[in-house]
Design a protein. Structure first.
Length: 151
């Protein structure tokens, strides 16, 4: 990413990302409290070069929480707002969200991206952004995946 930024400067970069909506056998959703914002959030991150989205979501969840998951289905595809970082870099993400089933592992902050990691009952969610709340809602629904299409 650094060499690409040297070529692009601070210009807008569109990046592929994934989001894992991880549910345990009790129907609780796994969230992390992020070190960069201090807020609770759904799990996710960027794809590595050559990595498919399902592999990326399994890797990201494991890296962030220590929990091994199995992706079950795509629940939505989202475009984030443009993010301007403190150094001036601009990025926008296309996020593929997966509903995932937890297989093994006890949730814990497995890297430096999380202060806390834990499951929440759906009626006891901590404060979340509207976007993350919406992704959880979409993961709970049966039927086709969500995508925005302004006609």
């Amino acid at each position: 990413m650094q060499s690409l930024r040297q070529q692009l400067g601070h210009h807008l970069l569109l990046c592929p990302g994934v989001c894992g909506l991880v549910f345990d056998s009790h129907g609780r959703v796994l969230l992390n409290r992020r070190t960069d914002t201090g807020r609770w959030a759904v799990l996710g991150g960027m794809l590595d070069p050559g990595e498919d989205p399902a592999t990326a979501v399994v890797r990201e969840v494991l890296e962030e929480t220590g929990v091994q998951v199995a992706p079950e289905r795509i629940t939505g595809v989202y475009l984030t707002p443009v993010i301007t970082y403190p150094n001036g870099d601009q990025t926008q993400y296309i996020v593929t969200a997966f509903r995932c089933r937890a297989i093994t592992g006890e949730p814990h902050p497995a890297d430096d991206e999380s202060f806390e990691v834990r499951y929440f009952a759906l009626d006891e969610l901590p404060p979340l952004s509207d976007t993350h709340r919406m992704r959880i809602e979409h993961a709970m629904k049966d039927g086709p995946a969500y995508f925005a299409w302004p006609r």
